[in-house]
Design a protein around this ligand. Structure first.
Ligand code: XMP
Length: 514
């Protein structure tokens, strides 16, 4: 069955993934492509609609990101957002000029409800603006459908040709009615059926995996994280025991995590698959002995993972397929999808193994955003605590311990982190904070416990709110919760006599603590 498709053409704006996600929330499948995509390829894909994103250029300047006017003659509805709107107007004969000041932030929007884009949208609402240039005159054939105090053309359209331009950002949550506007475009202008749902995705994938794998053997590196767990279960449902999952316990997991993963995926667990747990803890501690430089630690952990995995794979012998839990943001961020390429090489545990004998890679989640992966997980009946697990870096606690990693320090940070997570959950904050964890500073200082002088470590608590993990702000955790966590950690975790709360945002900090 061919999927209905909307294309997001990326002109380098910061919200490209957000646009795609919002469209998917309308149950419409969409993909991101660079604005350099060949028009022939677009014709071939025959999308139901095209969205042009924002971007940093000025459309009237030479060398700015642009596209052939032919795009607007294909008979496919086009929605231009911010830079995309300006470019559309510029190419079709409207006027785009530099404003005297940059407009950034919330603005009061007035819309014409007779426009399909604004049908069932409040006549007056708040929208989010971020632009230098503005459309001073709409292109011939276009009518103005929205204004703000600073924008004479906040939106305009050519209904006959199904071309729509919006100066603000409907994809950003600050635009109150934004989701409705995008939904109006994809459902009522493009006439998408809105049938992109995770239950049909699961069915479709299981069928496709069976067809592809036949009676072949499949190998999967299971980390216990959301992506690899969902990928593994999907494969297990499709091909059962033809799947072997190798779970490497590198001794840098959260408290009890190794046993939890084994309980779900192991021989007494919920799924039909071959499960191999490799207890490589000591091997990692030995390799990490004396190593303090963060990049070195990452490298050692990544390389060691590949070695351990290869050794296990060798015992199994040749396989036909290797599973990877790649998800759509990985595809986009590694520069294969959109234009705003941010290479996050360090986010893969350590690349692909060189010495595993396999024919092909299977990436069943390659088209999905994280929230969709979670929905698939629930659809597959994976326990909620696994599905809603917060992101945990491949190198694990190795990058939450400053300085040398030792077994003792791992124990301290595991215990402190377990207490922290327990109290955050008790306070009902576990689903509202983006990411939170305890880390171990390399600082020891004097304290007093009972009548005794102590000289112990300081634990740092981190909690951030973030949309895309590229920027983040420290969460404002209620003081009584922090106080409780502090007192429990100091009383229950041997070797700790101080607790800090890290209020640094990203940038300048990072989310991890290494
Ligand atoms: P930073 O520390 O770069 O983290 O602000 C951003 C997000 O990425 C996660 N992270 C990693 N995830 N392997 C991973 O799988 C890694 O090497 C890695 N480093 C950071 C981090 O937990 C946060 O969610």
């Amino acid at each position: 069955m061919k999927r209905e498709l909307v294309i997001v053409m990326d002109f380098g704006g910061q919200y490209n993934q957000l646009i795609a996600r919002r469209v998917r929330e309308c149950n419409v499948y969409c993909e991101i492509y660079s604005y350099k995509i060949d028009i022939e390829k677009i014709k071939e894909m025959n999308p139901k609609g095209i969205i042009l994103t924002g971007g940093p250029s000025s459309c009237y300047e030479e060398d700015s990101a642009t596209y052939s006017k032919e795009l607007f003659e294909l008979g496919i509805p086009v929605l231009g957002l911010c830079y995309g709107a300006q470019l559309m107007q510029h190419l079709l004969g409207g006027k785009v000029e530099r404003a005297s000041v940059r407009e950034y932030g919330k603005s009061e929007l007035t819309v014409d409800n007779s426009s399909v884009i604004f049908s069932n949208v409040k006549t007056k609402s708040t929208c989010w603006m971020s632009h230098f240039d503005y459309i001073s005159q709409a292109a011939p054939g276009f009518t103005i459908t929205a204004t703000t105090p600073d924008c004479p053309v906040a939106a305009c359209e050519n209904k006959e040709k199904d071309l729509y331009a919006i100066q603000f950002h409907p994809e950003v949550l600050h635009t109150e009615e934004g989701t409705k506007m995008l939904s109006n475009f994809v459902l009522n202008v493009c006439h998408c059926a809105g049938d992109w749902r995770m239950d049909s995705f699961v069915e479709e994938q299981i069928k496709a995996i069976r067809e592809k794998v036949g009676d072949g053997k499949v190998l999967c590196a299971l980390s216990g994280g959301v992506d690899s767990s969902v990928a593994a279960v999907l494969l297990s449902k499709a091909i059962g025991n033809q799947l072997t999952c190798v779970f490497v316990d590198h001794g840098l997991l959260r408290k009890n995590e190794g046993d939890e993963v084994e309980a779900v995926f192991g021989p007494n667990g919920n799924y039909e698959l071959n499960f191999i747990r490799v207890n490589a803890q000591q091997r990692y501690y030995d390799k990490l002995k004396g190593v303090t430089e963060p990049e070195n630690k990452r490298k050692i952990i990544g390389e060691e993972f590949i070695r351990v995995f290869e050794e296990e794979a060798k015992k199994i012998g040749a396989v036909d397929f290797l599973v990877q839990g790649t998800i759509y943001p990985d595809v986009v961020e590694s520069g294969l999808g959109g234009e705003s390429a941010v290479i996050k090489s360090h986010h893969n545990v350590g690349g692909l193994p060189d010495h595993v004998d396999f024919r092909e890679i299977i990436e069943p989640l390659r088209d999905l955003f994280k929230d969709e992966v979670r929905k698939v997980g629930l659809e597959l009946g994976i326990p909620e605590y696994l599905v809603f697990r917060q992101p945990f870096p491949g190198p694990g606690l190795g990058i939450r311990i400053i300085g040398e990693v030792t077994e003792e320090k791992v124990r301290i940070v595991q215990d402190a982190d377990a207490i922290y997570r327990e109290e955050i959950a008790k306070a009902g904050l576990d689903r509202t904070i983006g990411q939170y964890f305890a880390a171990l500073t390399n600082m020891r200082s004097v304290g007093v416990m009972g009548d005794e002088r102590t000289y112990d470590y300081a634990v740092a608590l981190r909690a951030v709110n973030t949309i895309d993990f590229m920027t983040a702000e420290a969460a404002q955790i209620p003081y009584d919760v922090l106080n409780k966590v502090m007192s429990r950690i100091i009383n229950e975790v041997r070797g700790v006599n101080r607790v800090f709360y890290d209020i640094t945002s990203k940038p300048p900090g990072t989310i991890e603590f290494e």
